[in-house]
Design a protein around this ligand. Structure first.
Ligand code: IPD
Length: 273
């Protein structure tokens, strides 16, 4: 438990430091942007720098810890989750938003031990929203305890969903089919452009559920713990246990709502990580 405190404090301080860097660059019109897996999947020098600062800082404090970082994996590093303490890093979740100076991007940082989440931190420095959780200790927004809304019916729900960073026509059709199916049944549909921030909105009760096909473990690792510590659930979009490398996720403010949503969704199975 003592170790976990040290891990948390170190991660927390590094996150705040990187948040300053992201905030100082968000409105710049001269970001260096490159594409990764396709025409709308971006990486900037800030994504790379933040990942480097986090890995540097954490590995010098905890030399035996392992890392799964979005930018490292896109440069060919292995995306492998073992029992060892592993930091899972999305340096800028919502890179598209960052590129456009749309103020909804965040750092998403999680520590998994024995393949389960122990620490989750999501920080949007533009809005100064810091979501944190440690296993068994609840979830917090800027130090104040948060809980999910508890909404348990699709008819009362505000649902977060995303368009994603791929232009795959089959996936696009399924996203639009799900919008068509859900729109007449729910209060509303929203997309913040960051998987981690969508999950944070469910955790603090500002939204009631979120699902997406095509995410990676670094997009959802911190969000899973923050949602579950806030009293919500995290499952596979078809129902049943979440598989964190399957690139599919559904979180909700209650098991009933999660089940109802899972039953409605047209399913899509991206290639596994
Ligand atoms: C993306 C964002 C986006 C989601 C994509 C993610 P990135 O992460 O979370 O909202 O729709 O699936 O890949 O690339 O900005 O870190």
């Amino acid at each position: 438990a003592n170790n976990l405190e040290t891990f948390y404090d170190t991660a927390y301080n590094l996150t705040l430091k990187c948040g300053k860097l992201i905030k100082s660059r968000t409105s710049s019109r001269t970001k260096k942007v490159e594409t990764k897996s396709g025409a709308i999947d971006f990486v900037t020098e800030t994504d790379q720098e933040v990942e480097e600062i986090l890995i540097q800082g954490l590995s010098s404090a905890f030399p035996d810890h392992k890392f799964i970082g979005e930018e490292g994996v896109s440069q060919g590093k292995q995306c492998e989750l073992t029992d060892a303490p592993t930091w899972i890093i999305d340096p800028v979740d919502g890179t598209m938003n960052f590129v456009h100076s749309f103020p909804h991007s965040c750092i998403s940082l999680a520590l998994f031990v024995e393949k389960v989440p122990a620490i989750g931190i999501i920080y949007n420095p533009m809005l100064d929203q810091l979501f944190t959780a440690r296993k068994g200790h609840g979830a917090f927004l800027n130090g104040e305890k948060i809980t999910v809304s508890g909404i348990n019916s699709l008819t009362d729900a505000l649902i977060m969903m995303e368009f994603g960073t791929s232009r795959d026509p089959e996936k696009r059709t399924i996203i639009l089919e799900n919008q068509q199916k859900l729109m007449p049944q729910v209060h509303g549909l929203r997309a913040l452009g960051s998987a981690a921030l969508n999950m944070a909105m469910v955790a603090c009760g500002a939204a009631d559920a979120y699902f997406e096909y095509g995410i990676h473990i670094w997009d959802i690792a911190a969000g899973e713990l923050i949602v579950t510590e806030a009293g919500g659930v995290c499952i596979d979009p078809a129902g049943g246990e979440v598989d964190r490398l399957s690139r599919r996720v559904l979180v909700a403010s209650s098991q009933e709502l999660a089940n109802q949503l899972a039953k409605e969704l047209v399913q899509f199975y991206p290639e596994r990580d």
